[in-house]
Design a protein around this ligand. Sequence first.
Ligand code: HEM
Length: 504
Amino acid sequence: FAPLDCKEPPAAKTSLPIIGHFLGFYRHQIGYLELLRRRTFSSAYTLKVGNIKTYVVTEPGLSHAALQSRALSLEPLSATVATKMLGMSKTANRHFGIDEHGHFIGSPMLTERRLEFSKMLASGPSLTEPSQVASNCVANAVNNVGTGLGKHDLFGWLRDVITVGTIGGLYGPMNPVALDPTLVEDIWTFDENQLRLSWEILQSLIAPAGVRAVNRIAAAFEAYVLEGRDKLASAAVRSTISSAQKLGLSLNDYARLEVFNISVATVNTVPTAVSMIYNILAKPALPQALRDEIQAVLTHVNTGSPDPSGSSKTKKKKRKMQLDISRAAETCPLLVACYQEALRIGSTPTCNRAVLEDTLLADAATGADVLVRKGQRVSIPTFMLHSRDQIWGGDATAFDPWRFMPGGSADAKGPGRARREQGFVPYGGGLHLCPGRHLAKIEILATGALMVMGLDFLAGEDGKAIVAPTYSEATGAKKPEGETRIVRIRRREGWEDVEWSVKV
Ligand code: HEM
């Protein structure tokens, strides 16, 4: 490396040259980035690992500048990393804009795909359709819970329900996961192995489970298209399949790309919903406060309908209750605040960019600026912005939905608003702002509301209280660990006869 320009962020030093940062990541996982922030005392620092130089941005103003800059792009990284990780063919490189020397020269396919997908999932019937399917899946799961207390691995249960619902909504009723639910496990295995899969060589030795998961999912997607089951997919997915076909991507390469797509569509939604629900249950006053609030968006649809599951002799009346989640945004501020709080602390995506041109990133509020060099990377780990006391008014790592309510420390109209807005980027920003955010919001709000209204939860063991989850150090999306995952669940007392549905 050439020495850093004085305008470039300071280098994060390590006492052991070459292997120091590797050991740091090995020991502290992603928390190592926060450790380096404290060590460098800077709004951005430069991390040199192997032959890659990454500028880690740690302040709201600079992260906003980076996300909005047109001279920084996710596409070169998606192109080079995804093709490697997914084991795509050499010819696929061309479609991803990688030339014969391995350089990124721009990819109309990636740009077109992103724009089309964003448009389709923004509003209207093409958003309603997948949202409805995903929400129905959660309603069915609640309807299927028994009246006696049963022990559940709450994370595992929600993971499966949300994954099946999201993929059903996007890829239609005959999607690969509907036909083979064991693929859910493969999605998570892929997520845990992403880092190792992005190695240049020896992936089968370093990440055999990851390679197996990619191959299994890709084979299922090949069959999905060959058998014409994709005809039943959502408009958003159909449009991306047709653009891949138009550009001549082979069936195998398309199927491998879907491994990445189904992963991004689920591995952030699940931990966010899981964090929201566990934390609601762990705060004694919260479930009742939410139940009082959500009552306003319930409609008793049909009080007189017979119980479809009963025999003709034992026909019971079922109360059909519809949750109108489309009204939750204005009517249920506490539920929305729980969703925001779960986004803030429950999922920890990192926004990555490749620098296309030497660029000066400037924080408009503080006047601080840093130079990022062409060909290098910028990384914005959202957890570093979302968990800082100075931005969130103290106790930033705790789940406290009231901070988002009027008069709370994160009140949208309160002091420090601009800094908080720039420092709250759960869905990234700029050109690459997550296209699935509207779908995710509907799914997570519906999941939270249905669980709270329809079910009673008790800790796994008698006499114990449900506690906020602690997380395992595993790589990939956040997963609660050990005993905290087990809870006892039954239909809510007095509401056992309700059959739930959702209006999105
Ligand atoms: C709580 C749930 C979710 C969270 C927290 C989340 C977060 C993110 C983040 C941080 C990014 C990177 C943005 C950037 O770099 O600026 C992203 C990208 C993306 N997300 Fe999501 N996401 C969620 C749900 C979804 C869902 C449900 C879908 C699919 C329908 C989806 C599809 C995508 C896609 C395709 C991209 C890549 C965008 C691009 O290449 O420009 N996400 N998401």
